[in-house]
Design a protein around this ligand. Sequence first.
Ligand SMILES: *[C@@H]1O[C@H](CO)[C@@H](O)[C@H](O)[C@H]1NC(C)=O
Ligand SMILES: *[C@@H]1O[C@H](CO)[C@@H](O)[C@H](O)[C@H]1NC(C)=O
Ligand SMILES: *[C@@H]1O[C@H](CO)[C@@H](O)[C@H](O)[C@H]1NC(C)=O
Ligand SMILES: *[C@@H]1O[C@H](CO)[C@@H](O)[C@H](O)[C@H]1NC(C)=O
Ligand SMILES: *[C@@H]1O[C@H](CO)[C@@H](O)[C@H](O)[C@H]1NC(C)=O
Length: 318
Amino acid sequence: MITRKKWQLVLITVSIIFLYLLLHNKKTAKTSTTIVIYNRIPKTGSTTFANAIAYDLYDVNNFHVLHLNMTKNRQIMSLPDQQFFIQNITRWSERLPAFYHGHVAFIDFQRFGVANPIYINLVREPLERLLSHYYFLRYGDNYRIGLKRSRSGNNETFDDCFARGGKDCDMKQMWVQIPYFCGHFHFCTEVGSKLALETAKRNVLEKYLLVGLTSRMRDMIGMLEVTVPEFFKGALSHFDGLDENRSHLRYTKKKIAPNDQTLSMIKRNEVYKMERELYDFIEELFDAVFKKATNGTSNANDLIKIGPQFHFEKIKPL
Ligand SMILES: *[C@@H]1O[C@H](CO)[C@@H](O)[C@H](O)[C@H]1NC(C)=O
Ligand SMILES: *[C@@H]1O[C@H](CO)[C@@H](O)[C@H](O)[C@H]1NC(C)=O
Ligand SMILES: *[C@@H]1O[C@H](CO)[C@@H](O)[C@H](O)[C@H]1NC(C)=O
Ligand SMILES: *[C@@H]1O[C@H](CO)[C@@H](O)[C@H](O)[C@H]1NC(C)=O
Ligand SMILES: *[C@@H]1O[C@H](CO)[C@@H](O)[C@H](O)[C@H]1NC(C)=O
């Protein structure tokens, strides 16, 4: 009698464990492990963008969002840190699928024997970006009002700074977007490196799904919706529904356009020309991809309307 009862108990326990494992396995097997990395560049509208596509959507579309805070705002990781980062985020199952954003240069997962995640980014015209940064340090923005910026109290205009050869308006300060795309090689931060520019261009082509433009954020959001729907389904209509304060979340409080003399000198500067070359390269690429995806209209509203232009047939076995 006792043994029979014991056997029944064991049988029930085993079945429960079996069922649990079956269901659990099914669940984990279904869960997506997609990772999107947005290695955001300062002063390109990245806060607005990150909020509109990640913080407003993670709950609806069921993904995780994580900010990668780099110690002392350095955008470079050591090689051991890169390995640690890659192992951590690709195996952290409770935090998958995941959207990571942070001020970090491009990290090539393939060099560590791991497939790359989906990389996305936004770029801004380099002089505009520098001016925004320059005045942001002095006057702050409408986002964190009252926060004392590192140059607050300093009211020097960009023109005056440029005329006296100041540090904040030095063209070396413009070398920003190239290193973000070039990545972690030592030459990436070497101002004026031709190899850095070439590497940046190649990475944009080969490693990024999409790089959009700050001036066309809406078009970029539309493209993301139709290329990474798992994360960004509904992103465009969400963005359109934001009031002006949210869709232009941060703007530098005061900005003074440089005069013609400053402008003509900047335009002849080698560093500016190289950063501008990368920007133009990205713009042309985005333009072409966007035009194709909208069937020639270049109107983001058409992205969703156009269905797939292919179908399957002759499927066997029936
Ligand atoms: C990053 O972390 C540091 C130290 O914890 C903190 O002071 C800083 O505000 C963080 N940065 C951001 C952008 O949250
Ligand atoms: C990744 O890092 C976080 C924070 O340090 C930690 O809580 C988590 O357990 C790590 N995950 C893996 C898979 O190592
Ligand atoms: C900057 O401030 C100083 C005094 O604080 C003033 O004399 C000067 O005219 C100001 N310059 C500009 C461009 O506003
Ligand atoms: C945007 O913010 C400003 C200042 O906080 C406020 O006066 C204005 O009404 C807001 N606009 C909208 C459309 O919410
Ligand atoms: C794409 O554009 C062409 C030419 O304007 C038009 O004939 C075609 O119907 C469009 N296709 C779709 C799917 O809208």
